[in-house]
Design a protein around this ligand. Structure first.
Ligand code: BGC
Length: 745
């Protein structure tokens, strides 16, 4: 609710905006609503209206580019803190860290002079092969919303706008600009929209990015249903809608719905749909000037909110980048994000005092990941890889021997231009800045690019196989000589990447073969993985200890070392299901992922844990799973109806082990009476509790009536059925510790 003086300030602001709009000429308005450079809109200096400076992205403020070319400017002043990816952040299940990471991102963006930071990415992970999953949080809408809200608030408290993306259901990279996703309303409202709605209504996000894909026949950036009916009318959004770069295809359709700012990857700024084509249509009377005024109004409102205009001089926060406290917060987040998947025989933690020699095996031990992945790439101030982290932790008295273990083909530089430009069309003259803007042509190029990439990956497999023989032998030999063996493998941004989906869910570079051989030589090999999305682990039964870390930012190596040597107990849990094999996934079964032209999201809500639950398929590691070096006991569940509507839930978690640790308690609702057409259970609340050895803590959570609701397509609203619901308090989706019944009247 707005306070009284906020309301009158709003009125004053709206009046000021009206006055400004009256003063603006058509040309000036047009200049404000499209890119005047790759990351900046047009300014109107005459009236003191600045350009809107945007920058990617979710893992830190991206390096500077030339105005009209995808060529990094090569400055030495645009290195920044490299933040944990959203997949790492969500694995902490600690929403305070979301606020802190949002704050760091906002402060750094502002420190670099930005107005809008193109983050966070909150798309729901429908299929583990989506190339951009590493940028997103979870397969679950409640968990995603719970992280999106504080993250956005953290960004925006720096007088920088978050731009939550990509609206909506940007579920695959294959054919990302043309694919038409068929989706029913119930799935949209229950799964794909909630986090965006929370971003708008609970976080007050100032801007939102329209996705590339189509939804039910219409591109998201010109989709009246999405942008007008849902976003503006149902949710009351009064901020700015920004197109994904090149997401606007048709002038009239985009202009006549709530798309405000057209950005693109092409440098022919005057030919953008919201440039000359829109101006001409207005002059001919084909499109009303009112639609332009509405866009300008939304932009000016954001500028007021950011104190870009209408504020006292120097009242806007200045931000700062690369602060030591940013790095501390990043380390804390990285530590809490690491997930201990398996730990038989207390293999972990290692006792540093007892170890004279460690062998570290695997290319990912010595790989930096910050400068890759697409628009989420970062020019990091520094990045501590796992090998460096281990050596820095141990010091000079412990011998740390490194062997590469498996071969990773060298990345061939693809010219001086960025992949982003190349990903859409090659047939253009970058000097003239004129692009081929013919969609069929772009599509053809994109398909060709995809085929070439798959062929390249196949070719590389041969190269890898040849080189691996020697590397495997070296690794196995070295493993025999050490007190402890740590394998660090996983993925990299050749696979976790914008623009392409992964071809399969296997570990690349024959890592499975090496791991199997290693486990025969050393059963106690600590298997550590860095990656952005689930992989198959066919050897997992034989393994004793498995650690998973998502791209966790500049302090990854330090965080990992602290976990491995027990300085910190692991406390991350999976925010997505790790299937045993890709074929078990809902989308693998229905074949509706990764196709061209059209896909049907016909599985509805039944993917991720909702699917594995319903089909009784055991995943390798389930949603919500993650171990600690200590153990927790749950007791004393009480459920109380509050104010006739909310259900207040209390229970106790006790640390029954010998070390301090943190537990993530999860609350799922399982309908009993009205279970027709509903998932077996759904996550509705969670809490992370930090507890010293032997200590217990009381957890209080509230379930609201809406947490029990499902979307009724006929009535077009959420309804809550009366009856009994089981309340499950759990340590993971499969590890239910306490049960109670709530009755809704
Ligand atoms: C990506 C966006 C990104 C934009 C600007 C697009 O290709 O999909 O996520 O913010 O480029 O770099």
């Amino acid at each position: 609710m707005l306070k009284k003086n906020e309301k009158s300030n709003d009125k004053k602001r709206e009046k000021e905006i009206d006055k400004l709009i009256k003063k603006l000429t058509l040309d000036e308005k047009i200049s404000m609503i499209h890119g005047a450079s790759l990351f900046r809109s047009g300014a109107v200096e005459r009236l003191g209206i600045p350009a809107v400076e945007t920058s990617d992205g979710p893992m830190g403020t991206r390096a500077e580019f030339m105005n009209d070319r995808w060529i990094p400017s090569g400055n030495q002043d645009d290195m920044v803190s490299y933040l944990p990816s959203n997949s790492a952040l969500a694995s902490t299940w600690n929403t305070e860290l979301a606020r802190e990471m949002g704050h760091v991102l906002g402060a750094e963006a502002r420190g670099r002079g930005k107005d809008v930071i193109l983050a966070p990415g909150i798309n729901i992970k429908r299929d583990p092969l989506c190339g951009r999953n590493f940028e997103y949080m979870s397969e679950d809408p409640v968990l995603t919303a719970a992280f999106a809200v504080p993250f956005i608030q953290g960004v925006q408290e720096n007088d920088v706008a978050a731009c939550v993306k990509h609206f909506v259901a940007n579920v695959q990279e294959t054919d990302r600009q043309m694919v038409d996703e068929r989706i029913d309303d119930r799935t949209l409202y229950e799964i794909y929209l909630p986090a965006f709605k929370a971003a708008v209504q609970d976080a007050g996000v100032y801007s939102i990015m329209g996705a590339y894909n189509k939804i039910n026949g219409f591109h998201c950036c010109e989709n009246k249903r999405l942008l007008d009916e849902i976003l503006r009318e149902e949710w009351g959004f009064d901020g700015v809608v920004i197109s994904d770069w090149g997401g606007v295809h048709k002038t009239k359709e985009a202009a006549e719905c709530s798309m405000d700012l057209e950005m693109s990857i092409f440098p022919d700024f005057d030919d953008y749909k919201f440039a000359n084509p829109l101006k001409e249509s207005i002059e001919k009377g084909e499109i009303s000037l009112d639609v332009v005024d509405a866009k300008v109004r939304n932009l000016l409102r954001m500028m007021y909110r950011l104190k870009m205009i209408g504020a006292k001089k120097d009242s806007r926060k200045a931000g700062a980048y690369n602060l030591p406290e940013h790095r501390k917060a990043i380390l804390r987040t990285a530590q809490e994000s690491i997930i201990l998947l398996k730990n038989d025989k207390n293999t972990l933690p290692l006792d540093a005092k007892k170890i004279k020699k460690i062998v570290v095996i695997g290319a990912n031990a010595a790989t930096l990941h910050s400068n890759g992945g697409g628009s989420a790439e970062i020019k990091a101030l520094y990045e501590i890889c796992p090998l460096a982290g281990l050596k820095m932790y141990l010091g000079g008295n412990t011998k740390v021997e490194y062997v590469q273990g498996y071969y990773v083909p060298e990345k061939k530089a693809n010219g001086s231009e960025n992949w982003q430009a190349a990903s859409v069309s090659e047939d253009r003259d970058p000097n003239l800045g004129r692009a081929v803007r013919d969609e069929a042509h772009e599509d053809e190029n994109y398909r060709r690019g995809n085929e070439e990439r798959l062929a390249k990956l196949e070719q590389e497999k041969k190269e890898v196989h040849e080189k691996n023989e020697k590397l495997f032998a070296q690794a196995l030999e070295a493993a025999k000589t050490a007190d402890a063996v740590i394998f660090v493998g996983g993925l990299n941004h050749e696979f976790d990447v914008e623009g392409f989906d992964r071809p399969d869910m296997k570990l690349p570079y024959e890592q499975d073969l090496l791991i199997e051989a290693l486990l025969k030589v050393r059963k106690d090999t600590i298997l550590t993985f860095v990656g952005g999305s689930p992989v198959e682990m066919p050897w997992r039964e034989q393994a004793q200890a498995i650690l998973w870390t998502y791209y966790a930012g500049m302090e990854t190596g330090n965080a990992l070392a602290k976990i491995i040597f027990g300085n910190v107990s692991p406390s991350g849990k999976l925010a997505e299901t790790f299937p045993a094999k890709y074929e078990d996934c809902a989308t693998a079964k229905n074949g509706q992922f990764g196709a061209w032209d059209t896909i049907s999201l016909e599985e509805g809500a039944y993917f991720g844990y909702r699917h594995f639950d319903r089909q009784r398929i055991a995943p390798a590691f389930c949603f919500g799973h993650g171990l600690s070096y200590t153990e927790f006991e749950y007791s004393g569940l009480t459920l109380k109806a509050e104010k006739g509507k909310n259900i207040k839930l209390t229970f106790t978690v006790k640390n029954i082990g010998k070390r301090a640790g943190a537990e993530i308690a999860q609350v799922y609702i399982a309908p009993i009476a009205a279970k027709e057409n509903r998932p077996d259970k759904e996550l509705k609340a969670f809490a992370k509790v930090e507890l010293g050895a032997g200590r217990s803590g009381k957890v209080c959570l509230v379930l609201k009536q809406k947490d029990f609701a499902c979307f009724d397509e006929q009535l077009h609203k959420f309804i809550t059925n009366a009856g009994d619901y089981e309340i499950l308090v759990a340590a993971s989706c499969e590890d239910i510790r306490l049960r109670g019944i709530a009755t809704l009247s």
